[in-house]
Design a protein around this ligand. Structure first.
Ligand SMILES: [Zn+2]
Length: 426
């Protein structure tokens, strides 16, 4: 048993979601890593005199972030300036991903640094695209398991339109997916496999068909891909799949759109496709730092929300320019403002925590309510004096949250806990 004391700032799982700001509050964490009770330290100490205490009195306790879209190999190419998706892939991404293969000290070090960066930024669950190589994906799973971070991880499937050393033919890809599924899917409660067709232009119909079938056989796997990011991409889709009525139907035809699907971007989407996304319960991972970096377009949060689509947030490193979900929220806010409907701070936090968890079917993540997993970050405002000053004069919890969204970063993350264990402390 552990008693962790601080100021809670998190989303309460109500309908609609509410913001709770609760100073001097203690969480009782049980031996399974769950929040068993909440209350005053003195009262809980009386009931649990042997519990270990952690005093974060003047700091904020915020749920760990869920980054629903990030690429492991691409941490080596953040800032590769090429303001258009398809040339960026060809000139920068594919050459970088070729190096991510096999088991080696270099790859092991890269995997640990990737986990270090996620934790340093308060991320406790990441939906990750590895490269197309089996062995490095296996290694990445291993490092996540060892470090205790939550991961929904996939080996990127691609069998066309990329350099030959990145391509894995359909039969080989499926047998490698099965090996990863057997070893890692549900290895412990923290890890899951995501089938990961990169995007329709990278995959033959045969490969998408086979991945759809594998997903149907194992419906608790996730399925992640890119969708409607760029106008050039849309034209290419029309050329490659002339019979599909729209981009979404390409994926629908191969049974790749389910309530376990996480589709990155979704910028250039017609209303009808939004309705189908909502009906199928698929998640859109909105990645604003990437969308601005590549000049992909301005995501319409309001329209997606009106049509009932669940929106989560992704950093999309390395087109995305930061591992930080704070930075991602802040750019999501600016994109929504440019679209004429600014998103509220509460909705941004919910998309980075509770709503993302619910959409992924992880009903005990994303909040600091009783019964939830003790996954949280400790935010020390003193590490960012401007933020501390701004928070001191704020008049409401919402104003504090807004200040965090625009000013917080990895400097403020003092420690990170997953499943009741402290994985990082500054
Ligand atoms: Zn991406």
């Amino acid at each position: 048993m552990q008693l962790v004391t601080g100021t809670l700032l998190h989303c309460l799982p109500k309908n609609p979601v509410e913001l709770e700001y609760s100073p001097h509050t203690t969480l009782l964490i049980d031996d399974q890593g769950r929040i068993q009770a909440k209350g005053k330290l003195a009262d809980l100490q009386k009931q649990y005199p042997h519990a270990q205490g952690f005093d974060y009195t003047d700091r904020l306790l915020i749920p760990g972030f869920l980054d629903t879209h990030i690429h492991f190999p691409q941490m080596d190419m953040i800032g590769a300036m090429e303001p258009s998706l398809l040339p960026w892939l060809e000139k920068h991404t594919f050459p970088t991903e070729i190096a991510y293969r096999g088991r080696s000290d270099v790859m092991l070090k890269a995997a640990h640094q990737f986990v270090d960066e996620l934790l340093a930024n308060g991320t406790t669950l990441a939906c990750v695209y590895s490269s197309s190589n089996h062995d490095v994906t296996d290694l990445l799973f291993e490092v996540f398991a060892q470090r205790g971070l939550r991961g929904i991880i996939g080996k990127t499937s691609m069998d066309r339109h990329a350099p030959p050393s990145l391509l894995v033919p359909c039969a080989d890809d499926i047998s490698q997916q099965k090996a990863l599924l057997e070893r890692w899917h549900g290895f412990d409660q923290r890890l899951a496999l995501a089938l990961t067709p990169r995007f329709a232009p990278s995959c033959t119909s045969e490969l998408m068909q086979a991945l759809g079938e594998l997903h149907a056989q194992h419906p608790d796997t996730y399925l992640q891909t890119h969708y409607a990011e760029n106008l050039g991409e849309l034209l290419w889709i029309k050329e490659l799949f002339p019979n599909a009525r729209d981009y979404l139907e390409v994926y629908e035809n191969f049974k790749l759109i389910t309530k376990r699907s996480i589709l990155a971007h979704g910028i250039h989407v017609e209303t009808d496709a939004m309705k189908r996304l909502a009906q199928r319960g698929a998640i859109i991972s909105h990645c604003p730092t990437s969308n601005l970096f590549l000049g992909s377009g301005l995501f319409s949060w309001r329209k997606m929300e009106e049509e009932g689509v669940t929106i989560a947030l992704g950093t999309d490193v390395g087109a995305g320019t930061s591992f930080s979900l704070w930075q991602t929220m802040n750019e999501a806010y600016k994109v929504s403002a440019l679209r004429g409907a600014a998103v509220k701070p509460l909705n941004l936090l919910a998309a980075a925590t509770l709503k993302a968890a619910q959409a992924l079917g992880l009903s005990d993540l994303g909040s600091l309510n009783i019964g939830y997993q003790a996954d949280f970050q400790v935010i020390n405002l003193r590490m960012r004096p401007l933020l501390e000053r701004r928070v001191k004069i704020a008049n409401s919890a919402e104003e504090i949250l807004a200040a965090l969204i625009h000013l917080a970063d990895d400097r403020c993350v003092e420690s990170v806990w997953v499943n009741g264990k402290r994985l990082r402390s500054a």
